[in-house]
Ligand binder design. Structure first.
Ligand SMILES: [Zn+2]
Length: 343
């Protein structure tokens, strides 16, 4: 059996070829052309078609580096099926170092979009019809918002058995069942029967080495699972699947001191942060309402009432086991920070 034909934007990509090309989107008003860089790796041997995408939010840069590290090795070869790498989806946002499109829309709320719609709607529609709809699976790489960091985590529809299995195979510390947001890529992909994992790690506009390495390893784990890369002997650490999660918000405006960090265990009643006035007095404390693990937090120490400060995930397993598991993953991926290299 041969690979089914693959045509992207009128270009037929033949089995056994690696092709780099530009998918044109709307020009800038300066008359400069704008296009999405696409890299397709296609084996002669049949197998699934998978996309990996990054920077749908233009200020989320870790994913660009994750894709670069996966495909830049000259020895990188896909052994079956097809890999479509799209390192910069919101190319306008990356140029402006902004999460949004120039029309101030969120590209990840503009799916499925339309060829005649707003700028965001057109880009969403082109990415959906030319790339996503042609794939069986996809991995979409994100980071926290500006001034917010996420512990490496996969968000996916865990009610779907295969997606759940893939989410766990990715091998990052935490897996969360995430509701599908209206207008998101995941919502549109559910209609094209493309199973999508969403990877969230690190902070906008920054590289975070742990998040990048965990992402590279995760992408490779998924490709290995489908036989698209050679299997390795390394055993993946098991991951922890959260039952639910919650953002804790500030009840006062001020300057805050954080008492916890990403990956920490917190118990009901623990103080997560103290919010103070610029004159020194504590005006409010953010308190954990139940036991859980910090999977996201605000980094800038200035907060306004109502702002989301800590994202805490809740598990049925013992929280101590999860903290140990997170530390193990960290040690495995960043031995230089855990003293592994100087021993
Ligand atoms: Zn994002």
């Amino acid at each position: 059996m041969a690979q089914a034909p693959l045509v992207i934007d009128g270009n037929e990509i033949l089995p056994g070829t690696n092709v780099k090309f530009e998918l044109p989107v709307a020009k800038l008003y300066t008359d400069s052309d704008v296009s999405l860089p696409i890299h397709v790796f296609r084996s002669k041997k049949p197998g699934p078609t998978i996309f990996i995408s990054a920077a749908i939010h233009g200020d989320e840069l870790n994913g660009i580096e994750i894709i670069r590290r996966v495909i830049s090795n000259p020895k990188f070869k896909v052994l079956c099926g097809t890999l479509i790498a799209v390192p910069i989806v919101n190319v306008y946002g990356v140029v402006n170092q902004s999460r949004y499109m120039p029309d101030r829309r969120d590209l990840n709320r503009s799916f499925p979009g339309s060829a005649k719609g707003s700028l965001a709607s057109r880009v969403a529609n082109k990415f959906l019809t030319e790339i996503v709809s042609k794939c069986d699976y996809g991995i979409d790489l994100h980071t926290g918002a500006i001034h917010r960091s996420n512990l490496p985590q996969i968000r996916a529809n865990l009610k779907d058995e295969e997606t759940n299995h893939l989410a766990q195979l990715f091998g990052v510390p935490v897996v969360l069942n995430a509701d599908i947001l209206e207008g998101s890529l995941r919502e549109a992909a559910s209609h094209t029967k493309t199973k999508v994992l969403l990877y969230e790690a690190g902070e906008a506009l920054r590289f975070d080495e742990f998040s990048i390495r965990a992402g590279v390893k995760g992408v490779k784990n998924i490709l290995r699972h489908f036989g698209m890369l050679r299997k390795n002997k390394q055993k993946n650490p098991s991951c922890a699947v959260a039952n639910s999660s919650k953002w804790y918000r500030a009840n006062a405006s001020g300057i805050f001191n954080t008492k916890v960090k990403l990956g920490d265990k917190v118990e009901k009643g623990d103080v997560l942060a103290e919010i103070g006035s610029p004159y020194g007095n504590v005006i409010n404390k953010v308190i954990a309402e139940k036991n859980g693990i910090i999977i996201g937090q605000q980094n800038i120490p200035l907060v306004q009432e109502g702002e989301a400060m800590f994202h805490i995930a809740f598990f049925s397993e013992e929280d101590d086991d999860i903290v140990e598991h997170i530390e193990n993953v960290q040690e495995q991926l960043l031995p230089e920070l855990s003293g592994g290299l100087d021993q």
